[in-house]
Write a protein that binds this ligand. Structure first.
Ligand SMILES: Cc1ncc(COP(=O)(O)O)c(C=O)c1O
Length: 468
C-alpha cells in the first residue's frame, strides 16, 4: 500500500501551514478519502525532512479546520465530509484565518455566532443515533407536527413572557417562513398591511409578491408612534400590523410598557390583527412582556431558533390564538407541507435539556462583549443599541446619504446596510446605518470594522456619499 505524502516543494511556507493546506487540498480533491487514516506523524516528518513537532502542529491545525479528526493513540482520520464546504460558515472560517485586514469584514448580516452549537449538535445526533424508532422523523404528515415539538415551543415562548393558555403553537421552517405563512393565512391580495417605516426588508418583498399594499408607520425612539398607527388605521382600514417591539430591525428600538399598552389598545379599537416578530427577544436580560400578552386574541407571535440557537436549524414557532390556528396550519402545509421533524426534534431536545438556555446565554455574553467594544470605538457618535443586542443603529451627520456611506464603507472593506435597505420609502430613509456585530467570528475583526467605520467620519467624503 502506498503511503500518502504530499509534495511541499514550491509552497511558500511556513512548513506546518504548507502541510495543513496540502491535507486540505487532498481531502477536497478526494485524493484522501473519508475515513482514511493519515500516515503516522513520524513517517510524514521523516519523508518530508521536517521536525515531528511541525507535523504535530499541522495535524492539530488540520483537526481545528475540520479536514480530519483524531484522538491520541488512535490516529488521525479524514472526516466524513459534509457536502457544505462552500457554506457561509466555511467562508467565514477562511476569512478569519487571514486575520484582521484580510477579506471583507461583514457587519451586514444579523446572525448569531456559531458558539458551542456545533458541539451540542454532535452530542444530540449521537444520542439520536443510539435510539430506536427514528423512522417517525422521516414520516410526512402534511400540515401536522408533533405535539411534543409544539409543546417545547410553547414552553420556550413562556420563558419569553407569553402564556400558552388558550393558544396553539404552529411550527414553521424558521421565522421567515412563519411570517410568510401568517401573511398567507391572514391576508388577501389587494389588502393593506401596516409596518414600521423602517422594517425587516423581506417582509416588504413578501407583501409585494402577495399583492399587498404596505403603509409605513412613523417611529420614534420606542418604535411605532401611536398617533401614526391611529391615523393610518383610520385612513386605510388596514387589518394587519407587522411589528418588532423588542430590538427592532434595523433601529434597535425597544418599546416600553406604556407604548405596548397603547399599541394594544389601538389594535383593539381598530380590530387590527398583529404579527409580532420577536426573533431577538431572547437577548435582553430585562424586557417587557410580548405585545401578544397584552393582545392575545389578535396577535400571532413569532419566535425562532435561528438567532438564539443556530441559523441553520430552521425552526420557527408561531404562537397563535385558536381562531387563526387552522388557517396558519393550512398556510404552512401549502408552503412547505411540514417543517423538517428532525430539526424540530433537535430544537425540542435543546429546549428540554437546557442546551437552548445555555446557547442563548452564550449569545448574550458575546453580544455584551461586542457592544462594549462598539461603545468604546463609537464613543462620541450617536447610536442606539441594547447592551446585549446583536445590532446597533448609527446616525450619520445629516448631509450623508445612507447608501453613499454604505458604499464608502464597502470600499474600505466593511459590509454594512444603510437605512434605505429597510425603508418602505427608500428615498425618505433617514441618515443612519445598521451595524451587526454577530456575524464575524472574532471580536478583533468586529473592532477593526468599527474602527474603519468611525474613521469614515473623519475623512473627506466622496461626492457620491452626500445627499445633493
Ligand atoms: C427581524 C427578523 N425577523 C425574521 C428573520 C428571519 O429569521 P429566520 O432565520 O428564523 O427565518 C430575521 C432574520 O434575519 C430577522 O432579522
Amino acid at each position: 500500500m502506498t503511503i500518502w505524502c504530499p509534495d511541499l516543494a514550491g509552497r511558500p511556507g511556513p512548513a506546518y501551514l504548507d502541510l495543513v493546506e496540502a491535507i486540505g487540498s487532498a481531502v477536497a480533491s478526494g485524493e484522501l478519502r473519508a475515513g482514511e487514516r493519515l500516515p503516522p506523524q513520524r513517517e510524514i516528518a521523516h519523508r518530508l525532512g521536517i521536525s515531528l513537532s511541525t507535523v504535530t502542529r499541522a495535524y492539530s491545525e488540520a483537526i481545528r479546520r475540520g479536514f480530519v479528526e483524531g484522538e491520541v493513540g488512535r490516529g488521525t482520520f479524514v472526516r466524513h465530509a459534509l457536502r457544505l464546504k462552500d457554506g457561509p460558515a466555511a467562508e467565514l472560517g477562511e476569512v478569519s484565518e487571514s486575520g484582521a485586514g484580510g477579506g471583507e469584514i461583514d457587519l451586514s448580516w444579523n446572525l448569531p455566532l456559531p458558539g458551542s452549537a456545533e458541539k451540542a449538535l454532535a452530542r444530540t445526533l449521537s444520542d439520536l443515533a443510539r435510539e430506536r424508532g427514528l423512522g417517525v422523523l422521516l414520516d410526512q404528515r402534511p400540515g401536522r407536527t408533533s405535539a411534543g415539538h409544539e409543546d417545547a415551543g410553547a414552553a420556550w415562548i413562556e420563558t419569553l413572557g407569553l402564556s400558552a393558555a388558550g393558544r396553539a403553537v404552529v411550527l414553521s421552517s424558521g421565522s421567515q417562513h412563519g411570517i410568510f405563512a401568517a401573511l398567507l393565512a391572514l391576508t388577501k391580495p389587494g389588502q393593506t398591511i401596516l409596518v414600521e417605516e423602517l422594517t425587516y426588508a423581506p417582509v416588504l418583498a413578501m407583501a409585494r409578491h402577495l399583492g399587498l399594499e404596505v403603509l409605513p408607520l412613523r417611529m420614534d425612539a420606542q418604535g411605532i408612534r401611536p398617533a401614526s398607527l391611529d391615523a393610518q388605521c383610520r385612513a386605510s382600514g388596514a387589518k394587519l400590523l407587522y411589528v418588532m417591539p423588542v430590538l427592532q430591525t434595523p433601529t434597535a428600538a425597544t418599546m416600553g410598557e406604556a407604548r405596548l399598552e397603547e399599541v394594544a389598545r389601538l389594535a383593539a379599537a381598530h380590530d387590527l390583527a398583529i404579527l409580532e416578530d420577536d426573533v431577538f427577544g431572547f437577548l435582553p436580560r430585562e424586557r417587557p412582556a410580548p405585545l401578544a400578552s397584552l393582545a392575545p386574541e389578535r396577535t400571532i407571535y413569532v419566535a425562532s431558533t435561528s438567532k438564539s440557537l443556530s441559523p441553520g436549524l430552521r425552526v420557527g414557532y408561531l404562537s397563535t390564538p385558536l381562531r387563526f390556528e387552522a388557517a396558519l396550519r393550512a398556510a404552512v402545509a401549502l408552503s412547505t407541507w411540514m417543517p423538517a421533524p428532525l430539526m424540530a426534534e433537535i430544537a425540542t431536545r435543546w429546549i428540554e435539556d437546557g442546551t437552548a438556555e445555555r446557547l442563548n446565554e452564550e449569545q448574550r455574553q458575546e453580544a455584551e462583549a461586542r457592544q462594549a467594544i462598539a461603545r468604546e470605538i463609537l464613543a462620541g457618535h450617536a447610536f442606539v443599541a441594547a447592551p446585549s443586542g446583536f445590532h446597533l443603529w448609527l446616525t450619520l451627520p445629516k448631509r450623508w446619504s445612507p447608501a453613499g456611506f454604505e458604499a464608502m464603507a464597502r470600499s474600505r472593506g466593511v459590509k454594512i446596510r444603510g437605512s434605505q435597505s429597510f425603508a418602505v420609502w427608500p428615498d425618505k430613509a433617514p441618515p443612519a446605518v445598521r451595524l451587526c456585530l454577530g456575524r464575524e467570528l472574532s471580536r478583533e475583526r468586529v473592532a477593526t470594522g468599527l474602527q474603519r467605520i468611525a474613521g469614515l467620519f473623519e475623512e473627506p467624503a466622496d461626492e457620491a456619499a452626500f445627499i445633493v
